[in-house]
Design a protein around this ligand. Structure first.
Ligand SMILES: C[S@@+](CC[C@H](N)C(=O)[O-])C[C@H]1O[C@@H](n2cnc3c(N)ncnc32)[C@H](O)[C@@H]1O
Length: 305
């Protein structure tokens, strides 16, 4: 197996999390951080892609997103991107050391499919994922916060749309927590394939339907919960569609929003008569739990389901 290694060298005073986030946004499943052997003032953030998952778009998107960082106040002087190839068959197993079980809550753990994980509690739910596939292993702050938000609001919800499903992780979680009718959407055919495969790894999830579709375009039904973890500019396009797809007393979880864009999204939701009940902030990302303002006020102070 041939591997592409993308490295971003950063000055030692540059926050490595910023580059890790950019990697995750362009489709990486994980990163490693190593001191640059040839340069005492630089650190390298590396990510590895197998020959099937790598394409030039990943590199181009990474470079474009790094170029945009000054717009958010980051000085990118000295930040350098390079690509190299590895042909090391042992690497195929070595990279797995970067992926480990992730505890989302006391009773919910995401486990890579090669790890033999023993649940600690009788009621612990285990989500089995193949992290080599698509975005969403529980390690990214947006996925992690979405999962915590879902755990809070699912209550006795019966139906859910997972928009921008990626690896399918949020749909799988919703099913393990008891949601019966789940439909997942992604415009990326690779994500659709990955989600379907991950769904099959989790007993009881087999009937979750995954569609290649942009947002909820052409979808007619309504559900109790909508979750969408996508970048803020995509969320902005999606917001006008939410009300028509949400049952009475429904909840919406929006994520993938950099902190700087949270106010914009909150404002746009308010224009649709939705309010933000809770906002999670993790490593520069915002995740919002929203519901219709009128319904919240009619409930005399009850916040969550
Ligand atoms: C940040 S990942 C989220 C994956 C997963 N839901 C999670 O929480 O980890 C965003 C996903 O949204 C998908 N996406 C982006 N724009 C979309 C659109 N207009 N319609 C549907 N999916 C979209 C991407 O292909 C990607 O899989």
């Amino acid at each position: 197996m041939l591997w592409k290694k993308i490295s971003v060298a950063i000055p030692n005073d540059f926050d490595p999390e910023i580059i890790s986030d950019v990697f995750m946004r362009v489709g990486a499943n994980g990163t490693e951080m190593v001191d640059d052997e040839n340069d005492s003032v630089k650190t390298k953030i590396n990510s590895y892609f197998d020959e099937n998952s790598y394409n030039e778009t990943i590199l181009n998107n990474l470079q474009a997103q790094i170029k945009k960082l000054p717009e958010f106040g980051f000085d990118i002087t000295g930040v350098e991107v390079s690509v190299s190839e590895l042909d090391d068959s042992s690497w195929e197993n070595e990279w797995k050391q970067y992926y480990h079980p992730v505890k989302i809550s006391r009773y919910l753990t995401v486990v890579p499919n090669w790890v033999d994980y023993q649940p600690k509690y009788q009621d612990e739910h285990i989500i089995v994922m193949d992290p080599g596939k698509s975005f969403g292993t529980g390690t990214h702050p947006t996925t992690y916060s979405c999962m915590q938000a879902l755990e809070l609001i699912l209550g006795d919800a019966d139906s859910l749309y997972d928009v921008g499903t990626g690896s399918g992780i949020l749909s799988i979680q919703a099913r393990l927590l008891g949601v019966k009718d789940i439909k997942a959407y992604d415009l990326d055919p690779e994500a659709v394939r990955a989600a379907k495969e991950n769904i099959q790894l989790n007993p009881g999830c087999e009937d979750i339907e995954v569609f290649e579709n942009s947002l909820l375009d052409g979808v007619d039904g309504k559900v109790d919960v909508i979750v969408a973890n996508m970048l803020a500019d995509v969320i902005q396009k999606f917001i006008p569609d939410i009300d028509g797809h949400l049952n009475a007393n429904g909840f919406v979880v929006l994520s993938g929003i950099i902190n700087e864009k949270e106010a914009l999204i909150t404002e746009q939701m308010a224009e649709q008569d939705f309010m933000v009940l809770e906002a999670f902030h993790l490593k520069g990302w915002s995740t919002l739990i929203c519901r219709r303002k009128e319904e919240y006020e009619a409930e005399d102070g009850a916040i969550l389901r």
